[in-house]
Design a protein around this ligand. Structure first.
Ligand code: HEM
Length: 260
């Protein structure tokens, strides 16, 4: 049979994957499921694109990194905007099926953690919330032990003449990115001297700001949907989420803004 739109995209399988749990059916559960599935697809694409950025950095392919940062930044904007759709769900309508989620929560999204780990925001204790031995768990362990996009960025900077301190080069790969003054000074110098790199650094800052924006929008979504209730994942909810609200992904890019 000829390849068709449906067979290429495996639509028969894809469209069977939305199965609301509420009986009698709650109208809005379909939106809730599709929105989360859409996010998981975006996470998958973001991971794919960030892998490319890592390779671009390692091979000193500046324009490749610029093009792909433009893409991940744009996808991030769509991810932020998508929160609007979930905000059409009222607290009462969400409550009508919330119990059906039992202890399931976005908290357990292994792709979201992979995304954080790949970017360099590594928190090994997040493995606790995954079931041991599942593919998601294994992927998280792999990402935790792999160099991050930011580790690859150090290699890129070194190729551009920035002296990367030994303490950074010898850092345990499972630790999160830490701000470093020497690296920040090196970036500052390149910012001022090389307009092409200025474009790259601005795109990286856009992406970072976009991710923080997602965290903010998600917290507000949570606050308006469940207020001060605990999360289905067992955390304190809004209070827990606030802790990573202003978490920068590329701290050295923020540290120098007042010197530019
Ligand atoms: C009505 C909608 C939503 C509510 C009420 C909600 C609620 C929560 C709560 C309370 C938490 C804290 C963990 C817990 O105890 O459960 C959480 C975490 C999380 N949620 Fe949502 N959420 C919603 C929509 C979404 C959507 C659409 C996504 C997209 C994938 C998402 C992804 C996440 C992620 C990744 C975390 C972990 C964040 C972190 O650890 O920094 N949530 N959510």
């Amino acid at each position: 049979m000829d390849l068709t739109y449906a067979t290429y995209l495996k639509l028969d399988q894809l469209l069977l994957l939305q199965t609301p749990r509420s009986t009698p059916p709650e109208h809005d559960e379909t939106l809730f499921i599709i929105a989360h599935q859409a996010y998981e697809l975006w996470f998958k694409l973001q991971l794919h694109e960030l892998e490319k950025i890592k390779r671009d950095f390692l091979t000193n392919h500046e324009y490749g990194a610029i093009a792909t940062f433009k893409r991940v930044r744009t996808i991030m904007k769509v991810m932020v905007e998508q929160v609007d759709i979930l905000e059409t769900l009222t607290p009462m309508s969400f409550n009508s099926f919330r119990a059906r989620l039992e202890t399931a929560s976005g908290f357990q999204s292994s792709q979201f953690r992979e995304f954080e780990f790949l970017l360099g925001y590594k928190r090994a204790d997040m493995l606790r919330y995954q079931h041991l031995g599942t593919p998601g768990y294994q992927q998280m362990v792999r990402r935790l032990h792999e160099p991050s996009v930011y580790d690859a960025f150090y290699v890129f900077l070194e190729q551009r003449g920035v002296a990367i301190p030994d303490e950074i080069k010898q850092k345990d790969v499972i630790l999160p990115t830490a701000p470093n003054e020497v690296v920040a000074d090196g970036i500052l110098r390149l910012y001022k001297l090389q307009p092409d790199l200025e474009i790259l650094f601005e795109l990286m800052t856009d992406f970072d700001e976009g991710f923080q924006e997602w965290r903010y929008r998600h917290i507000k979504l949570v606050e308006r949907s469940i207020g001060s209730k605990k999360g289905t994942g067992g955390s304190l909810g809004v209070e827990f989420l606030k802790k990573s609200l202003f978490q920068p992904i590329f701290p050295d890019l923020w540290a120098i803004r007042h010197k530019l």
